[in-house]
Design a protein around this ligand. Structure first.
Ligand code: SAH
Length: 348
């Protein structure tokens, strides 16, 4: 089965010429897919014989809105998409002054096990295909009627744990004949998988790398993020310094402040030390409470930020959008899964 949504126009052309079709059909097909066609029947400039061939040989099923929440506060829209195999992933549309941003998922679930995150509670089910990642951008934009200028890979899943698919997605979303989203308008967030960071560095992509740090010391970080056992703080900062030296791109560090866990002065100082020699930006995030997790948001947000600034580190507090909906990573999928199990006994 051909996965049409994951293919470039050139790959589509090759595949179609293998079926005895002229190569320009690849470009036409790509354009239909990029416009969000929902069925082969819509593709009126493709001959019926070709559409019939594709029906037999190609997988083509756009995601379906399983749930949608619209924030009354700021217009943030959160989608739960049902994929062709019945699995669900989330995307979020955020409206900023500089343009609309879509946050996309890279996996169904996650196997990284971070202590504060809803996405990982039930583990990883499977990786997403490049087309399934792309479809989140496309159909979020179409359904919300909003042009998208920025994409962040910060939804469910660990993008560097599905890097081949993510790289292909980046190629597709970046295409001038597709959604045409510039690399500088794309951010990729990772919990710190060093081999993936090194691979990205070698590619010298112009995207923004976000590293979910959440603690500058091994003891705290291992407690919050099991991945730290494999790639510890020293190794992670070394990889980040190397990344900056190779790409010249400033790294963004995510830091969700948790009451009494990672909000001590010494942790700000430790972080400033480790960032020396590298222009960095620290994003302080108010912890989103996840019902299953017994961690509380810090009460020292302002103080922690001021201390970092005094130590010469650029730090901003992330404005929280969608406070009235389940806009935090994995919460909507989690809620839907729970409701399904609760209702499971009553339905066939
Ligand atoms: N796996 C990637 C991307 C997905 S998570 C990563 O770890 O970066 C996106 C961001 O949301 C990460 O910085 C993650 O640490 C953060 N996050 C997850 N749960 C959160 C919560 N309850 N409150 C605040 N931030 C959270």
């Amino acid at each position: 089965m051909l996965d049409l949504k994951s293919m470039t126009p050139e790959e589509l052309s090759d595949a179609l010429s293998g079926m005895g079709e002229p190569t320009f059909r690849g470009k036409q097909l790509f354009q239909w897919l990029q416009r969000g066609a929902k069925s082969l029947d819509e593709m009126s400039n493709l001959p019926k014989t070709l559409r019939d061939k594709l029906r037999d040989n190609a997988a083509f099923s756009p995601p379906v809105v399983a749930r949608k929440q619209v924030s009354q506060l700021d217009g943030t829209v959160k989608y739960l998409w049902e994929l062709s195999d019945g699995n669900c992933v989330e995307s979020v549309l955020m409206r900023y002054h500089h343009g609309n941003t879509v946050c996309v998922s890279s996996q169904v679930g996650c196997r990284m096990g971070c202590a504060f995150c809803a996405s990982t509670i039930a583990g990883k089910v499977r990786d997403l295909t490049p087309g399934e990642i792309l479809d989140q951008v496309l159909f979020t934009s179409l359904d919300a009627g909003a042009a998208v200028s920025n994409v962040v890979l910060m939804g469910i899943g660990e993008p560097l744990d599905n890097l081949d698919a993510v790289l292909k997605f980046l190629e597709l979303v970046n295409r001038p004949d597709g959604l045409n989203i510039g690399m500088r308008h794309i951010s990729l967030s990772t919990c710190g998988l060093i081999p993936g960071i090194r691979r990205l560095a070698d590619l010298r992509l112009q995207l923004t790398l976000s590293v979910s740090l959440h603690a500058p010391d091994n003891e705290t970080r291992t407690r919050l993020m099991p991945v730290n056992r494999l790639y510890d703080v020293e190794a992670l900062f070394k990889a980040c310094h190397d990344y900056f030296n190779r790409t010249g791109r400033r790294i963004s560090f995510e830091y969700a402040l948790i009451d009494g866990v990672n909000d001590h002065d010494w942790q700000a100082e430790r972080m400033a030390e480790r960032l020396r020699g590298m222009p960095a930006h620290v994003n302080l995030i108010p912890l989103n409470r996840v019902t299953e997790r017994n961690l509380r948001p810090s009460r020292r947000m302002g103080e922690f930020q001021a201390l970092l600034e005094r130590l010469g580190v650029t730090a901003t507090v992330r404005r929280s959008l969608g406070g009235d909906i389940d806009a935090s990573c994995g919460q909507l999928r989690r809620r839907a899964m729970q409701e399904l199990t609760q209702n499971g006994g009553d339905t066939e």
